[in-house]
Design a protein around this ligand. Structure first.
Ligand code: ADP
Ligand code: MG
Length: 606
């Protein structure tokens, strides 16, 4: 009888293990950048081609390796960073598991060039399938260059799993951003397909944050800084108006390591309390410094999750630190966080925010403006709670507020509406229209969104939306990842009346906008379209175009809070009932509630 168990050859064992560490080009980017950081580099260059599918190269000016180490570093569990298990709890380096280079050598063709400052010559190594193909003594710069070509060339099944270049590129930019944000004192350069995407001069955390998240954050960040013997927290949180619909810019860096922590994220969110809408996400870059003995980084192969010895302390501390900063901002919104220390020490700024101060501030015009402003981002959730009051009435079932209307009925509805002119706006968000048969209560934003949605749907299949030429074409500067996204949408946007063209350096020129949409504020317009688009992004049901249409409909619609003239209300109602589907939004929320006369009479006991 033949035996059935055999040992896997090394290169296959390595390929399997590599699956944990290297899932996609971005994971290799992360590992190579972190190795360069660990090597004490002050300058790091990342070069990719085809979103990392054909080439990922990292060049650093760090400590380099001698000939023996150069060979050793590709062995599994080969590391210079820990020697014993105790060392695991004093980790100050990004790597320590000795797996990355072994994994990379198992799934790509690798070329290493390295030289230590103290040596006169360097080493060149070429590796394929974990086997050294070439080793030479060469002349090369101090530091290390590792190039990996044709990722997963030897595992076609995994290569096929890679996403489009644009999608992989977004992952790479995200990893690059995380590392670059964690080490602002290091110079980073990032070149993709021979084009320099980032050139990040060494600086402080604020400068690096603005380099990466965009200069428009300049006046919109609040500094956080709290220190204790146990831990320090410092960094920046966005003012409430910068809260977004997607988790976009949220960074926790624990001892310079980007981590994902829903728990700590909750701590930050809760510090914002009522200041931002429930379904929005604040922007933050928060660095936590804590003795490595109090954390365990080794809970996940990619080290993006960590365990804290005492999570509750960290939670409470982070929450308090953020609250404190936001409170300072509410009292003195005009003061920039850059102000010198003497002003920061003033009582008004330094002392905790008492409830008395809070009510004075809340009554002030600045506070009002600030909450109103952020209303623009606020999306009214379906008002189930208000309806629930009605539930106590037995007649509720008969009211059946939201009713599907057949097309004939719809027509009669319009004539009902036109016959009786009474129309009034309630709470700057609902339009009440009396009809022959009773009245209807329309959610103004939902109604307008519906109208635009149907127009754009038609534009997508039939005639494009007319575009009006901008007399002074605006230039819109975006973050790298938003720029990649916008180029993907360029053609669809054209169909919807937006004529835009890339202008280099993550900028676009806006040559034209939809004819019936007022011009101006292009930067804000595109930011919110992209933001909304990303919000829909995880939804696989919808095509790219459908997501774009929904985003535009939302962006162009009049929002709750906007005061409407009678003429505007009449036009809104007329256009709404010309829609094929006036009663529900594309997302399935009711657009209006219908109340019938006889039902009303019943409610009044008649
Ligand atoms: P780890 O980082 O967990 O130690 P890696 O497989 O990433 O494991 O790297 C193995 C070893 O190779 C490192 O411990 C380090 O000694 C060496 N090394 C890797 N990259 C570099 C680099 N860019 N410069 C100098 N040494 C490096
Ligand atoms: Mg490493």
């Amino acid at each position: 009888m033949s035996n059935s168990i055999s040992l896997l050859p090394d290169h296959i064992a390595n390929q399997i293990a590599a699956g944990e560490v290297i899932q996609r080009p971005a994971s290799a980017v992360k590992e190579l950048l972190e190795n360069a950081v660990d090597a004490q580099a002050t300058e790091i260059t990342l070069i990719v081609s085809d979103a990392g599918k054909s080439l990922i190269q990292v060049i650093d000016n760090g400590c380099g390796m001698n000939e023996t180490d150069a060979r050793m570093c590709f062995e599994r569990h080969a590391t210079s960073k820990i020697q014993s298990i105790e060392d695991l709890f004093q980790i100050r380096t990004m790597g320590f598991r000795g797996e990355a280079l072994a994994s990379i050598a198992a799934v790509a063709q690798v070329e290493l060039k390295t030289k230590r400052q103290e040596d006169t010559t360097g080493t060149l190594l070429e590796i394929e399938n974990s086997i050294v193909k070439k080793q030479e003594i060469i002349a090369t710069a101090n530091g290390t260059s590792i190039a990996m070509k044709n990722l997963f060339y030897n595992i076609p099944a995994r290569r096929n799993f890679l996403k489009s270049n644009a999608a992989e590129m977004r992952h790479i930019i995200e990893e690059f951003t995380r590392v670059a944000l964690s080490f602002p004192h290091i110079f980073f350069s990032f070149i993709s397909n021979n084009l320099q995407l980032f050139h990040l001069e060494a600086g402080n955390l604020k400068q690096r944050t603005l380099q990466l998240l965009g200069n428009n954050y300049n006046s919109k960040l609040v500094a956080v800084k709290e220190e204790t013997d146990y831990m320090n927290v410092y960094g920046f949180v966005g003012k409430p108006e910068t809260a977004k619909k997607t988790r976009g810019d949220q960074y926790f860096l624990v001892n310079n390591r980007f981590i994902k922590s829903p728990y700590l994220n909750h701590a930050v969110n809760s510090a914002y309390q009522e200041m931002i809408a429930k379904d929005s996400f604040p922007t933050y870059v928060l660095c936590i410094e804590v003795d490595p003995a109090h954390i365990d980084i080794n809970v996940h192969p990619t080290k993006q999750e960590i365990k804290f010895e005492d999570e509750k302390i960290i939670y409470a501390f982070v929450q308090a630190a953020v609250k404190h900063s936001l409170a300072q901002f509410s009292v003195a919104p005009a003061l920039d966080f850059d102000l010198d220390a003497s002003i920061q020490q003033l009582d008004a700024i330094h002392q905790p925010f008492t409830s008395e101060k809070k009510s004075t501030a809340a009554a002030g015009s600045i506070f009002k403006e600030f909450t109103e402003k952020h209303r623009a981002h606020f999306i009214e959730p379906s008002k189930k709670s208000e309806l629930s009051n009605w539930k106590n009435l037995k007649e509720f079932d008969e009211i059946k507020s939201v009713q599907k209307i057949s097309s004939e009925k719809k027509l009669s509805f319009i004539s009902e509406l036109i016959e009786d002119g009474a129309i009034v706006q309630l709470h700057n968000r609902y339009v009440l229209v009396s009809t022959v048969g009773g009245f209807i209560l329309i959610n103004q934003q939902a109604a307008h969104e519906n109208i635009i949605y149907e127009n754009l749907k038609e534009a997508a299949i039939a005639k494009p939306i007319a575009s009006q030429k901008s007399i002074f074409p605006a230039t819109v500067e975006l973050t790298m990842s938003d720029a990649v996204l916008l180029s993907e949408l360029q053609i669809d946007l054209q169909q919807m009346g937006y004529s835009i063209e890339p202008f280099g350096n993550n900028s676009f020129v806006v040559h034209g906008t939809p004819a019936d949409v007022s011009q101006g504020n292009e930067k804000q317009v595109f930011d919110s379209i992209l933001e909304q688009f990303k919000h829909f992004s995880p939804d696989l049901k919808f095509s790219k175009r459908e997501k774009l249409i929904r985003s535009l409909a939302w962006q162009q619609s009049i929002k709750a809070g906007k005061i409407l003239t009678v003429l505007e209300m009449q036009t809104l109602v007329k256009n709404l009932f010309s829609c094929t589907q006036p009663n529900v939004t594309p997302n399935g929320n009711p657009v209006y509630l219908e109340f019938k006369k006889d039902q009303l009479e019943k409610l009044f006991g008649k």
